[in-house]
Design a binder for this molecule. Structure first.
Ligand code: 9D3
Length: 433
């Protein structure tokens, strides 16, 4: 349940927009709740005044700080952990990743400004400021509506099973492919043959090509973003296939062979992102079903990607750019399929003795001669469960030294795997051949 509290001087303004279709159902089913607070409740004068003349002169009115701050403080007393957001033209621009971040919150307070602006001092009482784009609105209410809609769609269950938010354009980084319905011939305009062919593989391929072509034409900026998200090798000789990495925190074994959920760690996220970025991994998924841990992972990644850390350390930012968060392995597979148009081959790593194994050299050759994406799955705790291993296409040979001690950390194992599969080989190749 995600509770939105909207502070506004026009509390009825959002009613119609939020009272229909998906948002209506989301409220009825208890996935979200929206409460609108009339700012005038927090005024103490007879005329319920919320604005005043600007110091220094100029046109228009400015919203007074007292009622706004009283409203914020009341909301914080009620919801100690609420994220308080001021909707304002000078905020950071709200986008899909901001929506994904906010979908992990429990309580969100949205403050809608009006008039020509807001007394600057209220910024000290909010957690962040958001704008919804580069155009002027008459107030923050339509922006609140946009934020609530985009965030609510990402809450599991809100869309039902038939529509996955992972399929949305701004999640995949591509514009949607063209859609058609009956009739087959509309005023001489025919539905493309491929869609009538019944060949699902071909249709998928066509749609992906259309998406890429349309995005290149209309929104090359989105492709530029995908390119930084998916760093390209700078030289030939590197793997042809897109390689993805997933770090599973569930389901994995503990010491006693029980299936458990492990905690997300700061060091794993940092180190595996850096290794992944170094060897040309297209995306690194931190997989956990636990919302609080997703939130923690998001915080770590955002700090380096867009927060203070992004300016403090640019190379760390580049590494964390490949990091993503997912609920489950299935979601990772869907995400990769959306991005590449193909289902990834699943590769697991395991220190435990298991039947037939694929050698590093064999997999390295496959990566060099394949355009199919590969997903390398690493387990935390005491390793991946049998269920996951049996679901995979390749089980990599174990990494071993010449001792009876074999307890690599998952981040060390990941780095070694990446080097053997995607590293420059030099000495090693010559010795092997
Ligand atoms: C006089 C200069 N304007 C600042 C750029 C004043 C001003 C214009 C519009 C002050 C407030 C507003 C009302 N807009 C919002 O409150 C708003 C908004 C927007 O106008 N565009 C995009 N996103 C947002 S979020 C809130």
């Amino acid at each position: 349940m995600l509770k939105f509290t909207v502070i506004t001087i026009f509390p009825q303004m959002l009613d119609s927009a939020l009272g229909h279709s998906i948002l209506k159902k989301a409220q009825e089913k208890g996935f979200i709740e929206i409460e609108q607070i009339d700012l005038r409740v927090y005024t103490h004068d007879r005329h319920h005044v919320t604005d005043d003349y600007p110091y220094g002169g100029g046109q228009g009115m400015v919203m007074k700080p007292e009622p706004l701050v009283a409203a914020i403080e009341a909301a914080r007393r009620k919801y100690a952990n609420a994220r308080v957001i001021l909707l304002a033209p000078q905020g950071r621009v709200f986008n899909q990743s901001a929506a994904a971040r906010l979908a992990l919150e429990k309580e969100i307070v949205l403050i809608c400004g009006r008039y020509e602006g807001i007394d600057n001092r209220i910024k000290a009482f909010v957690d962040e400021e958001l704008s919804i784009g580069d155009y002027t609105l008459s107030g923050g209410e339509p922006a609140a509506n946009v934020v609530i809609d985009a965030v609510a769609r990402l809450i599991p269950g809100v869309l039902g099973n038939e529509n996955s938010p992972l399929e949305d354009s701004f999640t995949t980084g591509l514009l949607e492919y063209p859609q058609y319905t009956r009739p087959e011939d509309f005023r001489g305009m025919k539905v493309p043959d491929v869609l009538l062919s019944g060949d699902h593989e071909k249709i998928k391929q066509w749609r992906h090509e259309q998406s890429v072509a349309l995005t290149r034409e209309r929104r090359p900026d989105l492709l530029a973003e995908t390119a930084t998200r998916n760093p390209k090798p700078t030289e030939s000789g590197a793997a042809k296939a897109a390689v993805y990495l997933a770090l599973l925190h569930f389901p994995v074994y503990d010491k006693n062979h029980q299936v458990v959920t492990t905690s997300v760690t700061n060091m794993d996220i940092h180190d595996i992102s850096r290794s992944g970025r170094t060897y040309g991994v297209s995306g690194f998924y931190v997989v956990t079903p636990v919302k609080a841990l997703q939130k923690l992972a998001r915080k770590i990644i955002d700090h380096w990607e867009t927060g203070y850390g992004s300016e403090y350390n640019v190379t760390r930012k580049q590494a964390l750019e490949i990091a993503r968060i997912a609920n489950s392995l299935d979601d990772v597979i869907i995400d990769i399929e959306r991005e590449t148009g193909k289902k990834p081959a699943l590769v697991v790593t395991s220190a435990r003795p298991i039947g037939s194994r694929t050698s590093f050299t064999a997999l390295r050759d496959m990566l060099n001669n394949n355009t199919r994406p590969f997903l390398i799955i690493c387990g935390t705790g005491w390793g991946l469960t049998e269920a996951i291993i049996s679901q995979s296409d390749y089980v990599l040979e174990a990494i071993e030294g010449y001792t009876d001690y074999n307890h690599l950390s998952v981040r060390s194992a990941a780095a070694i795997v990446l080097d053997r599969l995607m590293g420059r080989q030099g000495q090693i190749d010559r010795r092997q051949s």
